[in-house]
Write a protein that binds this ligand. Structure first.
Ligand SMILES: Cc1cc2nc3c(=O)[nH]c(=O)nc-3n(C[C@H](O)[C@H](O)[C@H](O)COP(=O)(O)O)c2cc1C
Length: 174
């Protein structure tokens, strides 16, 4: 079973990439590949640029990575209650090639932020919108107050209750 995991962020120190990496590692008998959205950087999408360049090769490469997965583990960064520009840009370019961006893959959709809402707004946006783009969301999880609840040295959720919640979700939903 292959898992493709990524944080919806282009931050070099993305807390969502940390969470996605940790959660993907909880699946049993899985080969995990963690993507970095910096490897899928493209110019800001515009219909005018699209007329010039057509389907972007990097978006094709992103879609090919998603196609190689049995399960997607995604953790969305929240910027101004919404997707990060980096995620939205790769999403926009990819959706012009194939509207089923997430290709009917079972998805664990998460979000985390340093605040106590844990990216609740972007998680809700993703939960509503991504199924219209081929995501089969099996479970959602928000990790509030990342700095208090995630141990960056051990690379794991340090809050035992939240850790148990995530592990149970994975066991029950996948
Ligand atoms: C432009 C900008 C807007 C932000 N807006 C929000 C927000 O609406 N809600 C929130 O909880 N955190 C917000 N944050 C803080 C992010 O959650 C924080 O930077 C987090 O580390 C982003 O995830 P990442 O590290 O995976 O990129 C914002 C950060 C930036 C730079």
């Amino acid at each position: 079973m292959k898992i493709i995991a990524f944080g919806g962020s282009n931050s070099q120190h993305s807390i969502n990439k940390h969470l996605a990496t940790y959660a993907a590692g909880l699946f049993e008998n899985a080969e995990v590949e963690v993507l970095d959205l910096n490897d899928f950087a493209m110019p800001l999408f515009s219909v005018d640029l699209e007329k010039e360049v057509g389907q972007h090769e990097i978006a094709k490469a992103f879609l090919a990575k998603l196609a190689s997965a049995d399960i997607l583990v995604v953790s969305l960064a929240e910027n101004n209650n919404n997707y990060s520009t980096a995620f939205k840009n790769v999403f926009d370019w990819s959706s012009r090639i194939d509207k089923e961006v997430f290709q009917k893959k079972p998805m664990l959709l998460m979000a985390t932020s340093p605040g106590t809402r844990g990216g609740a707004s972007v998680l809700e946006i993703g939960r509503n919108a991504l199924p219209r783009y081929g995501a089969e969301i099996k479970a959602t999880f928000s990790l509030p107050a990342f700095n208090a609840n995630f141990d960056l040295e051990e690379n794991k959720i340090s809050n035992a209750e939240l850790d148990k919640e995530l592990k149970n979700l994975i066991k029950e939903c996948f």
